[in-house]
Design a protein around this ligand. Structure first.
Ligand code: AMP
Ligand code: GLY
Length: 406
């Protein structure tokens, strides 16, 4: 058995934990009530490099898997590697692909990766000029990490400018029209292995209305994807980016997440993230048959080239997020939750819950993810929503159109 230390506490980490647990002894920091059923949770700050290295020694970790972006940007992977631990997650320098949108644009330009034309602005005058250059709809992005709240897409110029003024450094770019795809590539610095493509539902309301969120649901794979899409993304986006990061002396080891728009003029990168996406991971890993620990360990050790091809189960997976009223603003905390038993076809992922005595209560914006499996997308949707109907959580809301391609 491999001893794995997993960092994080959300729905993505619960999904990672579910996929790792059958083949490993799992330790998690800090974890959540779902993860507590899979391994040992430790009350350690995942973004504190010294505390994480100490814990990795204590549990004698064979592999450390870093879930969220904050510890990566804080250099936790660097500290672990220095201490000799195989680690799945990029260095702080490589994590700037997510940590700074301006940096990501520079890398894409150098690597010839197609993305929206953008201006990096530091003053209101520059922002106004960029808004007028590109016209509506306006896309305004905080340069730094903003927990899913940094991007405003609006046709209201005043609202676009107001967001720009709150950001300090801001990236303003052309609007990309077309369906979005999330592709995750497992990387060891040189070799990259794609997972199945997924689609995320970013807006809070049905029909893609309401504010942007961290993601209200996802499905995988994409029955409508053009033939050869994954190969094309690997060739035009992932491989050139890996090569550019290597050239800079900061090879990328971990998960490179390309958020793409398939526009009328071809594919364009909307964003890079440097970790598994949330909630797409809940759907993607539901279909992975290869033991996840083998894949992540091979990446951490620079041995992906020797890994046999990944094996996937047939069919589709859907995850529907149940969020607390108020999300993505101020979510209502403390609502009590009663859950149906997990089945082979549908189960609950804990995203923002905690225990109060014997009771699950809400403690975050995105509270639960309900995963459904089926022989096709429609069957998977049916499973997920039927399971969700049995969840007793009065303070929650969800979208009813997750899994309907958009
Ligand atoms: P990001 O944090 O960069 O993923 O942006 C969040 C969401 O905003 C994306 O998933 C898109 O739906 C939307 N978005 C970001 N950039 C653009 C763009 N250039 N054109 C249209 N929509 C965008
Ligand atoms: N699903 C979007 C994200 O993880 O950033």
């Amino acid at each position: 058995m491999t001893t794995v230390l997993l960092l994080g506490s959300g729905g993505r980490e619960h999904a990672l934990g579910r996929a790792l647990a059958p083949d490993s002894t799992l330790h998690v920091a800090p974890g959540n009530p779902g993860l507590a059923g899979l391994g040992t949770c430790h009350d350690v700050d995942a973004s504190d490099p010294d505390a994480v290295v100490t814990l990795a020694h204590e549990v004698a970790a064979d592999l450390v898997v870093i879930g969220p972006e904050a510890p990566l940007v804080a250099g936790v992977a660097d500290a672990l590697r220095e201490a000799g631990f195989p680690c799945f997650g990029p260095s702080a320098e490589a994590a700037r692909l997510e940590g700074s949108k301006a940096f990501a644009k520079q890398v894409m330009e150098a690597a010839g990766v197609p993305t929206a034309t953008a201006r990096v602005c530091t003053t209101a005058d520059e922002a106004e000029a960029a808004l007028d250059e590109f016209g509506a709809p306006h896309v305004v992005k905080n340069d730094g990490l903003a927990a899913g709240k940094g991007v405003v897409v609006t046709s209201d110029r005043a609202a676009a400018l107001a967001h720009a003024k709150t950001c300090g450094t801001v990236v303003i770019e052309e609007y990309l029209d077309g369906p979005e795809v999330s592709l995750f590539a497992i990387c060891d610095g040189v070799t990259a292995v794609p997972l199945l493509p997924a689609q995320d539902f970013k807006r809070a309301g049905d029909g893609d209305t309401g504010p942007n969120t961290g993601g209200m649901g996802a499905y995988c794979p994409l029955p409508w994807a053009p033939e050869g899409l994954v190969d094309q993304i690997m060739a035009e986006v992932i491989q050139p980016t890996l090569a550019e990061m290597r050239r800079r002396g900061t090879p990328f080891v971990g998960l490179l997440y390309a958020g793409l728009a398939l526009t009328g003029r071809g594919l364009r990168v909307v964003e890079f993230n440097v970790r598994f996406g949330d909630p797409e991971t809940q759907a993607v890993l539901a279909l992975l048959e290869t033991p996840l620990v083998d894949v992540l360990a091979a990446a951490a050790r620079g041995e992906l080239a020797t890994l046999p091809p990944l094996s996937w189960r047939d069919g589709a997976a859907v995850v529907v997020v149940e969020a607390a009223e108020g999300y993505p603003g101020t979510p209502t905390a403390g609502g009590t939750i009663a859950l149906p038993a997990d089945t082979e076809q549908a189960w609950t992922v804990h995203a923002g819950t905690r225990m109060e005595g014997e009771q699950f209560v809400a403690s975050g914006g995105r509270v639960l993810g309900i995963v459904g499996l089926g022989e096709d997308l429609e069957a998977a949707r049916t499973q997920a929503y039927a399971h969700l109907a049995q969840v007793d959580y009065a303070d929650g809301f969800h979208r009813s159109d997750i899994g309907v391609p958009h």
